[in-house]
Ligand binder design. Structure first.
Ligand code: SAM
Length: 233
């Protein structure tokens, strides 16, 4: 039984894909995608020895060694150019996911779809996609076991879609699709974030007021305002 979070990631893999799952840990995702007949082949990449060994064991136990290759290495280093057409990266921070994509740019020529599930800072990913010729084509936000997860899907595209001119900062922070839908998980996430920021702001009031602190307070205020505007719709 795969988690709802990873199942949502898999639901965006085009049928017949050759996938690479980076930071695969137990290789649950590629094993599931192969068993369901969604992916044709998979590479499970891991940078840490322990998770790499558990991925190997999982693949062997599922008798999928001829379809899934487990490889030890950093980010997209484990993929050869032209080898895959879909990449999944789940369960890491958004900034780390963006770094992995940036450092592995030369491996992306054959890749048609990216499916990314950041634990925090989805904004870093939206910014990277927009600046690197990827169009954000779908977003989901779900709740599982009390935690909220965002799943971002991108296909190749040079346009500014789906962003607007005047709402761009808001859309990059909250997600252009997610802020339209504003489902329960979305409301929960941003109500919590905004409460945290307010808490930080009130602690800042107690500290010595410096220029740097004032700048930080203004940034937080902007974010709180953006979130409140969207939540009040
Ligand atoms: N993708 C799985 C999931 O979503 O359930 C596992 C997530 S786990 C929290 C993150 C995994 O990413 C860890 O096993 C870690 O070793 C691996 N990882 C972190 N940085 C990595 C990198 N630069 N390249 C490959 N794997 C990485």
């Amino acid at each position: 039984q795969l988690s709802k979070r990873l199942e949502t990631v898999v639901s965006y893999i085009p049928a017949g894909s050759r996938i690479a799952d980076i930071g695969s840990d137990h290789a649950y995702l590629p094993c599931y995608a192969l068993r369901k007949g969604i992916a044709e082949t998979a590479i499970a990449g891991e940078v840490v020895k322990g998770p790499y060994l558990s991925a190997e064991k999982q693949v062997k136990d599922a008798c999928l060694q001829d379809k899934i290759e487990v490889r030890l290495g950093n980010g997209l280093e484990v993929v050869a150019p032209g080898e895959v057409d879909c990449i999944t990266i789940a369960g890491m921070g958004g900034a780390l996911i963006a770094t992995i994509l940036e450092e592995g740019k030369d491996k992306l020529a054959s890749v048609k779809r990216l499916i990314l599930q950041p634990n925090v800072s989805a904004k870093s990913i939206r910014v990277w996609l927009l600046q690197n010729g990827w169009e954000l084509t779908a977003e989901e936000i779900i709740e599982e076991d009390g935690k909220v997860y965002e799943i971002l899907t991108a296909d190749r595209g040079e346009s500014d879609r789906p962003y607007s001119e005047d709402e761009r900062q808001k859309e990059l922070l909250l997600g252009p699709f997610l802020m339209q839908e504003r489902n329960e998980a979305f409301r929960k996430k941003w109500t919590q974030e905004s409460a945290q920021w307010k808490n930080i702001m009130s602690n800042m009031e107690k500290a010595e007021q410096t220029d740097a602190l004032n700048e930080r307070k203004a940034e937080l205020m902007d974010k709180i305002q953006m979130v409140e505007e969207v939540l009040s719709k």
